[in-house]
Design a protein around this ligand. Structure first.
Ligand SMILES: [Zn+2]
Length: 408
């Protein structure tokens, strides 16, 4: 069994003014109490109990506040501007009457039961598991965001681990937002055209709103765009998960972290719509994909990004990529993104340790056709550039740090 941690955002529905004011009062009192506790030296704070603390909060809540101020994260804080109420797992309960879910927890006016709703139907199954005690409950935080009150519920799900037979590679890019392909080449494409088109429209509109100094409308517009992009990334990741389950596979992703740190954008590309599907969206797609994949009990493998889009998936030679097209020196043609995704699906490791930066710069100075298979256990030279073909692969050491950029 594998444990997957989740945070589910529940919105309090039809919250009346009295309750909203009570929540605000509780948060204020909680912040005051936490700041009072911070003025006490750490060693004394550790011995405190709720009986010695002067507060109108229920002892279950003030106890949680004490625990927060002596925790690893709270220990070093100097002052809280706002500390949301946290309720530990013994003190809250989820109920269901008809189709309505409700949460009960201690407040300053005794235990109250407040109806909640889920943001998306996808979480309903998790709530059902909480009701039937099929998952491990965590704490709840009561938060206010833009005058709306939410409860952030932490739960730990136990997911049976699935041993996958295959691997699929997911390549992310601009032309195709994502391409998921199996090692045999079977693939699904998520085209970036409509996203590009709509982003262009939004950008134009934002510009005109800015010129007209309609700032409120601009803010509304930006939020709308953000919501739409979130929906797109959710849809793509969900469809990839379905594809993964259909093929009984694990997912192989490029590790783009190093790329983003090492590359700097020019001012032009920063504002360019071509950069639309920007790094934030890459990251958000990755995050959504990872948690969705974990929830179905499969693995996400991250591999260094270098070479995946430069190697031919048919013969393993290095080739040239021009926008959508990939040509290798042996005359094979591939769609560039599809080629990269297939390479990822076949990735099993490099043949030897190597310093990628050196090798990459050496590679660029040499004709790409000279790339020969790596010799295992030997020191890598220019001829030792790794190829990604599974068949020619021998077991070798895995290298983890690759600050090279290879995304287009
Ligand atoms: Zn080839």
């Amino acid at each position: 069994m594998k444990q997957v941690k989740l945070t589910i955002k529940l919105k309090f529905v039809n919250l009346n003014k009295v309750k909203a004011e009570m929540f605000a009062q509780m948060e204020k009192e909680n912040t005051r109490l936490a700041n009072e506790l911070l003025s006490i030296p750490y060693m004394e704070r550790r011995k405190l109990t709720t009986a010695k603390v002067n507060s109108i909060l229920a002892s279950a809540l003030s106890n949680q506040t004490i625990r927060h101020t002596i925790s690893a994260s709270g220990r070093h804080s100097k002052h809280y501007t706002k500390l949301p109420i946290e309720i530990n797992r013994q003190n809250w309960n989820l109920h269901k009457v008809g189709d309505t879910y409700s949460l009960s927890f201690p407040t300053i006016q005794g235990v109250k039961r407040v109806p909640v709703e889920i943001a998306s139907q996808h979480w309903q199954s998790v709530l059902e598991k909480v009701l039937s005690n099929q998952c491990i409950k965590g704490s709840i935080k009561i938060l206010c965001k833009r005058k709306v009150w939410y409860a952030n519920m932490n739960v730990t799900l136990e997911v049976p681990e699935v041993q996958s037979q295959n691997k699929i590679g997911v390549d992310r890019g601009q032309n195709n937002l994502a391409v998921a392909a199996s090692s045999k080449g079977f693939a699904i494409f998520f085209s970036g055209l409509c996203v590009k088109h709509r982003r262009k429209y939004y950008q134009k509109r934002r510009k005109s709103l800015l010129q007209a100094k309609k700032f409120r409308a601009l803010k509304k517009q930006t939020k709308k765009e953000h919501r739409w992009l979130e929906a797109v990334t959710h849809t793509i990741s969900r469809r990839i998960v379905r594809f993964v389950q259909f093929l009984d596979a694990d997912v192989v992703l490029e590790d783009l972290e190093g790329c983003f740190k090492t590359t700097k954008l020019s001012p032009k590309t920063k504002t360019d719509v071509d950069e639309t599907w920007n790094r934030n969206s890459f990251y958000s797609l990755e995050q959504k994909l990872i948690y969705k994949i974990e929830m179905v009990g499969r693995k996400v493998i991250k591999v260094p990004a270098a070479y995946t889009s430069k190697t031919c998936s048919t013969c393993g030679m290095l080739g040239e990529r021009k926008k959508h097209d990939f040509h290798c020196t042996n005359g094979h043609y591939h769609n560039a993104d599809h080629n990269a995704a297939v390479n990822l699906a076949r990735w099993i490791g490099f043949t030897c340790d190597l310093n990628l930066k050196e090798t990459l710069s050496a590679m660029e100075s040499v004709d790409s056709g000279y790339a020969v298979l790596g010799t295992p256990q030997s020191k890598c030279t220019v001829s030792g550039t790794p190829t990604l073909r599974e068949s020619e692969m021998s077991s070798g050491d895995l290298v983890n740090t690759y600050p090279a950029r290879d995304v287009g």
